[in-house]
Design a protein around this ligand. Structure first.
Ligand code: NAG
Ligand code: NAG
Ligand code: NAG
Length: 809
């Protein structure tokens, strides 16, 4: 089936014929595109109903319409031959069907046949995508079944040869869904079938293929790049859900506790983790510091085991997207020995009586240590050498008990140091001082400072004079040491002691009650008792020896020559006596003693001065020179005798001496006898004088006694008459005064009431202190007498006697 090519003239001719309506019989042929040049398209002989001769005779020819002549008619065979390759797509584009029109012209008769050659499509084009690559950015959390339309592929071919199917390279996440546009063209869309995960695949590479329906099929591919966008789909993750750490107590602020590590598989800000406390009480948050970014837990404040032994801290890790994970940090605090033991006193017995028996509980206390374990195990000690000992009574309680007898007088208080030590390392200890006072018990009697007191008292003292004092010490305390003194009853030369001395019960001062005379009593002894005020009282006694000291109260008394006579005796001295002749000796005595009785003699006055001398010591009167004739017969000497007291007392003696020439018998005797015999003679005469003296004194004494008795009897009668009159306010000697108060000074004054004779009214004639010189001595009468209003009808006989005595005094 070849066609003739024609030219412009042919076409115009053809149109002319057509208008004439001569011909217009059309022929239809088809040929696939892309056939080789020279290929047969069709044979027109049969359709034209002409033979080969006729054909060539009638000058058959092909005239292409306008376009480039693709066909050629072979007039010898009637074949239409392809003159050039035909590309349907270039010729017609998307026009369908695609025809190439030609005129087959025959002459003689002119006949024109229309020839339509349909160009059949051949699958010579592959589907083609607009771009080689398609990029999709899909968040990983895009829901399943989300659709992503894809661009269609283009295929120039038509019909079956156009794109029929799309395929997708095998993958886990997407399938392809084909859809048709309204115009029937197909397109595909990606349908998400399985969740994307950025953490697994950040990018997917898919091959999209478009397949046409030709035979063989042609495909076009494009790459689909799916960028999986991260979304915060991952929760941070701690490497451990629980961190267990041990932390030393008192760790320095800043020391690390734990390092938390949380990871997040997301990216970017979704993986930025910050750490924070989660529901942690404020007080714990203060103690620990959490680094927000690093997750490091450090110590912020002092960690005290005693406050808390462990902490459970919830920590939250949050990523930038707000997702959180939690973990728990368990901090176990380890004890350190940072607390010293404490001594807590429960009870203390102070003051403690000194007579407490051994094992008396003095103090009860408890030792505590806030640490634990060995750090909290305590031991307790106290000083050695104490009368106290520690006893443990379990449960950290201790008792301090007495171990030995106590003596307040040795130690009146104790400061007991209790030291408690723990077993930690280093050891800590603390101590506490218990002050224990020992209270007094009257266990000491008063003790006098001396075992014997010697006191002196000058005679002729005034009554009430302080003799001296005794003092007893009592080592006890307060009442137990308050000492009072008293005199023990006793007698001094037959009279009660209390009539001689009294004692101040408080001060121990001893007072003489009466004036004493050395010449009557030289010493006496009293016993003093000291009693403390304890209960029961304790006492001790001491002897006081009172020595009366002599005073020079007596003048020398001259025994020879006698001084009372009207005519003193004369001593004879022969005129021929040599110098140094012993004339006589003045004899004097002094009733005082000691120095007061040391006598010295001196010549005060002499008729013939220079003739006689007196021995200062012995009172011997001697001649100083030989006697001459001019010396008077009668010589008178006044000799002074002086004692050695202060002040001295003296007397004088008058001595008469006769100077004789010859010796008459009596004188001779005296002269002849040797000196010794003279002395004996003198002694004899002295003895004689003494005897005479004594007799005279005795006589005077007797007389005076008699007179005294007579007067006494006289007065007694008078008194009896008065006392029977029963006057009130009479002296009451039965005053209730026991032994104990006898002799104390405050009560030592006795008073005597003398009533005016005959007057019965209470009128005092005089009232004077009286220091009694009792001759009778019932103890109860030694006490004071005082003016008493108690009526005493008749004084006892003894009282009468006393009264009499007093009155006579
Ligand atoms: C291609 O598409 C046709 C109809 O559109 C269908 O019948 C055929 O099964 C498809 N081929 C493949 C491989 O999907
Ligand atoms: C005991 O302690 C007290 C108070 O510190 C002190 O006054 C006293 O002298 C102490 N006594 C002894 C016996 O150390
Ligand atoms: C003088 O005293 C002595 C002795 O005392 C006595 O014997 C004598 O009689 C007295 N003489 C006179 C005159 O009193």
């Amino acid at each position: 089936m070849e066609m003739y090519s024609n030219n412009m003239q042919g076409w115009s001719f053809f149109f002319y014929l057509c208008m004439c309506g001569a011909i217009c019989e059309s022929l239809h042929y088809s040929v696939p595109e892309e056939k080789k040049t020279g290929s047969l398209v069709a044979n027109v002989l049969r359709d034209l109903k002409v033979d080969v001769k006729g054909l060539s005779a009638r000058r058959a020819r092909l005239v292409s319409e306008g376009t480039k002549p693709y066909f050629q008619l072979d007039p010898h065979s009637g074949d239409v031959i392809l003159q050039d390759r035909i590309d349907r797509e270039a010729l017609c584009g998307q026009k369908d069907p695609c025809f190439l029109l030609s005129e087959l012209v025959l002459e003689n008769p002119l006949r024109v046949h229309r020839m339509e050659v349909e160009i059949e499509d051949v699958n010579d084009n592959s589907p083609q995508f607009f771009k080689k690559e398609f990029l999709f950015e899909i968040p990983e959390q895009t829901p399943i079944n989300t659709r992503f339309p894809l661009e269609s592929a283009e295929d120039s071919d038509r019909g079956e040869n156009a794109v029929q199917n799309y395929t997708l390279s095998p993958n886990d996440h997407f399938r392809l869904n084909e859809q048709s546009h309204n115009d029937g063209t197909k397109f595909a869309e990606l349908v998400l079938e399985k969740q994307l995960d950025h953490e697994k695949e950040t990018r997917l590479f898919l091959i999209l293929s478009a397949v046409d329906g030709g035979i063989p099929k042609r495909t076009g591919t494009a790459q689909i790049i799916i960028e999986v966008l991260d979304s915060n789909d991952n929760v941070p993750h701690f490497d451990k859900s629980e961190y267990k750490v041990k932390l030393m107590e008192n760790s320095q602020p800043g020391s690390p506790v734990a390092q938390m590590e949380a990871t997040d598989r997301d990216f970017g800000s979704n993986a930025e983790i910050t750490y924070s406390f989660s529901q942690v009480p404020d007080n714990i948050q203060r103690i620990f510091n959490l680094n927000k970014y690093t997750g490091e837990l450090t110590v912020a404040e002092n960690i005290d085991y005693e406050i808390n032994q462990n902490y459970a801290i919830n920590i939250k890790a949050t990523d930038g997207g707000g997702l959180s994970a939690y973990c728990k940090v368990i901090v176990e605090v380890e004890d350190r020995n940072d607390n010293a033991p404490e001594v807590t006193l429960t009870s203390l017995t102070s003051p403690l009586p000194e007579d407490s028996p051994p094992d008396t509980v003095v103090a009860l206390f408890r030792v505590t240590d806030r640490d634990s374990g060995d750090n909290g195990r305590t031991a307790c000690t106290t000083e050695a050498n104490l009368p106290f000992v520690l006893k443990s009574s379990g449960n950290n309680y201790y008792q301090l008990v007495t171990q030995q007898p106590l003596d307040r007088e040795r130690a009146s208080e104790y400061n007991i140091t209790i030291t408690a030590t723990d077993r930690g390392s280093p050891r800590l200890s603390s101590s506490r001082i218990f002050n224990i006072q020992i209270s007094d018990i009257n266990d000491n009697a008063p003790v006098f400072e001396k075992s014997l007191y010697d006191m002196q008292l000058w005679e002729n003292n005034i009554p009430g004079l302080l003799i001296g004092l005794v003092h007893a010490k009592d080592p006890d305390m307060a009442q137990n040491a308050r000492v009072t003194y008293s005199l023990l009853p006793g007698k001094v030369s037959g009279q009660p002691v209390s009539s001689y001395v009294s004692i101040n019960s408080e001060t121990g001062n001893l007072y003489a009650i009466r004036s004493l005379d050395y010449e009557q009593i030289k010493n006496f002894q009293v016993s003093v008792r000291a009693v403390d005020s304890g209960s029961p009282p304790l006492s001790s006694e001491v002897k006081v020896q009172v020595v009366i000291v002599d005073e020079n109260d007596n003048a020398p008394f001259i025994l020879y020559p006698l001084q009372n006579g009207t005519s003193p005796s004369n001593d004879l001295v022969p005129r021929g006596a040599e110098a140094g002749y012993l004339v006589t000796k003045v004899v004097a005595v002094d009733r005082d003693s000691g120095q007061n009785s040391w006598l010295s003699y001196e010549l005060l006055k002499a008729t013939e001065p220079g003739l006689f001398s007196v021995g200062a010591q012995n009172g011997e009167v001697k001649t100083m020179r030989p006697i001459n004739q001019r010396d008077a017969f009668r010589q008178k000497l006044i000799i002074g005798v002086r004692d050695n007291g202060h002040p001295p007392q003296s007397t004088s003696a008058t001595l008469s001496i006769l100077l004789v020439d010859g010796f008459s018998d009596p004188y001779m005797k005296m002269v002849d006898i040797p000196k010794d015999e003279v002395a004996v003679e003198e002694d004899r005469s002295l003895t004689l004088y003494l005897v005479i003296c004594l007799a005279a004194i005795s006589f005077i004494f007797l007389v005076s006694v008699t007179v005294f008795i007579a007067i006494t009897i006289q007065k007694r009668r008078k008194f009896m008459d008065m006392s029977t009159l029963n006057f009130p306010g009479g002296p009451n000697f039965q005053e209730n005064c026991g032994d104990t108060c006898a002799g104390t000074l405050s009560r030592a004054y006795n008073y005597e009431v003398c009533l005016a004779g005959g007057s019965l009214s209470s009128e005092f004639k005089f009232l004077r202190p009286l220091f009694p010189v009792f001759s009778v001595e019932p103890a109860q009468n030694q006490g004071n007498s005082r003016i008493s209003s108690a009526s005493q009808d008749v004084p006892s006989h003894q009282e009468e006697n006393q009264l009499i005595n007093q009155v006579t005094l």
